[in-house]
Design a protein around this ligand. Structure first.
Ligand code: CP
Ligand code: NVA
Length: 302
C-alpha cells in the first residue's frame, strides 16, 4: 500500500524514529540506499518559492537513483482550471511519486486521495513536516532530542510552528511558544495539543524573555510567510519577539538557535545571532537532504 507524508500527525513516534535512523545511516554514507529509486520518476509540483526543499529533494532523488521532474501549477493545465482530482489521477499514470509545495493543505490531501502514488508535503500554509524531520535529526545528533529538552519557539505561529508542535508532542517533549496573543497557534493545533493522555504540554506565552528562560533551544521563523500580504502592523506587533543577543541572555549560556530559513536578517533574527556561535541553522539546512533521503528510503524500500 502506498504511504503519503502529508503531516506528522499521521506518523507514530516509532515511525519518525525509524526515518531518522535511515537518515543517519544515509548521512554517514551518501550512497546508502543508492538504488532505492532506480527507474523511478518523482514529480515536484512547486507553487511557492523554494531553495532548500527544492534543491535538497532534487539532489536527494538523484542520489537515490531516481529522476526529478520540476513542475508548477501555472504551466500545467491546473493553471487553466483542470481539477486537482483529475491531475492526481493523471500524475499516477506517469510518475512514481509527487512532492507538492502549495497553499492549501487540502490540495495535498486531494492528491493523496485520488492519486495512487506517494504524496509528500513540501510545505503548505498549514504544515512543513519535511523541515521538522531535518530539525529533529539535528537535535538528535546533538543529543538534545529527549524529554528534558527545553525548546522555545518565538514569533509568528505558522506552518513550521504547527509541525514542530506536532512532532515534539509525538516524542513526548514539551514546547513553549511565545507570540503576541493574536499570533499564537490556532485553536485547532491547541486542541490537538491538549488532547493528550501523557500530560505533555504546549505552553503558550506572550513574554519572550520569560519564554526563553533556561531554554536549551530557541527557534524562530519569518513573521510573514509565503502567501501572506505585506502587513506593517503585524511586523510592528512582533518587534519585541526578535531573536537577538539581548533576548538570548535569558536562555542557557550554551543555548542553540534554530531557524528553518530563509531569514529576514534584522527582523525576526539578527545577523549576529544567525551567524553566531550558538547557531545550528546551517546544520539544520544541511540535514534537509539527509532527512528527506531517509524519508524517501522509508517510503520506497521494498
Ligand atoms: N526551509 C525551507 O523550506 O526552505 P525553502 O523555502 O528554501 O525550501
Ligand atoms: N513559514 C515560512 C517557512 C518557509 C520555509 C513560509 O511558509 O514562508
Amino acid at each position: 500500500m502506498k504511504r503519503d507524508f502529508l503531516t506528522l500527525k499521521d506518523y507514530s513516534c516509532d515511525e519518525i524514529e525509524y526515518i531518522l535512523e535511515l537518515s543517519r545511516l544515509i548521512k554517514k554514507d551518501k550512497n546508502k540506499y543508492g538504488n532505492v529509486l532506480d527507474g523511478k520518476n518523482i514529480a515536484m509540483l512547486f507553487d511557492k518559492h523554494s531553495t532548500r526543499t527544492r534543491i535538497s529533494f532534487e539532489a536527494g532523488i538523484n542520489q537515490l537513483g531516481g529522476k526529478a521532474l520540476i513542475l508548477d501549477s501555472k504551466s500545467l493545465q491546473l493553471g487553466r482550471g483542470e481539477t486537482y482530482k483529475d491531475t492526481a489521477e493523471i500524475f499516477s499514470l506517469y510518475v512514481d511519486g509527487v512532492i507538492i509545495r502549495t497553499f492549501k493543505q487540502e490540495t495535498v490531501e486531494i492528491f493523496a486521495k485520488y492519486g495512487n502514488i506517494p504524496v509528500i508535503n513540501g510545505l503548505t500554509d498549514k504544515y512543513h513536516p519535511c523541515q521538522i524531520l531535518a530539525d529533529m535529526l539535528t537535535l538528535k545528533e546533538l543529543g538534545l532530542l529527549n524529554k528534558n529538552l527545553k525548546f522555545t519557539y518565538i514569533g509568528d505561529s505558522n506552518n513550521v510552528t504547527n509541525s514542530l508542535i506536532i512532532g515534539f508532542l509525538k516524542f513526548g517533549i514539551g514546547i513553549t511558544v511565545a507570540s503576541p496573543e493574536k499570533y499564537s497557534p490556532s485553536k485547532e493545533i491547541l486542541e490537538y495539543a491538549s488532547n493528550r493522555k501523557d500530560g505533555i504540554k504546549i505552553k503558550i506565552m506572550h513574554d519572550p524573555a520569560e519564554a526563553v528562560k533556561d531554554a536549551d533551544v530557541v527557534y524562530t521563523d519569518v513573521w510573514l510567510s509565503m502567501g501572506e500580504e505585506m502587513d506593517n502592523n503585524k511586523l510592528k506587533e512582533l518587534k519585541n519577539y526578535q531573536v537577538n543577543s539581548g533576548l538570548l541572555m535569558h536562555a542557557k549560556k550554551e543555548v542553540k538557535v534554530m531557524h528553518c530559513l530563509p531569514a529576514h536578517r534584522g527582523q525576526e533574527i539578527t545577523g549576529e545571532v544567525l551567524d553566531g556561535k550558538n547557531s545550528i541553522i546551517l546544520k539544520q539546512a544541511e540535514n534537509r537532504i539527509h532527512a528527506q533521503k531517509g524519508l524517501l528510503a522509508y517510503l520506497y524500500r521494498d
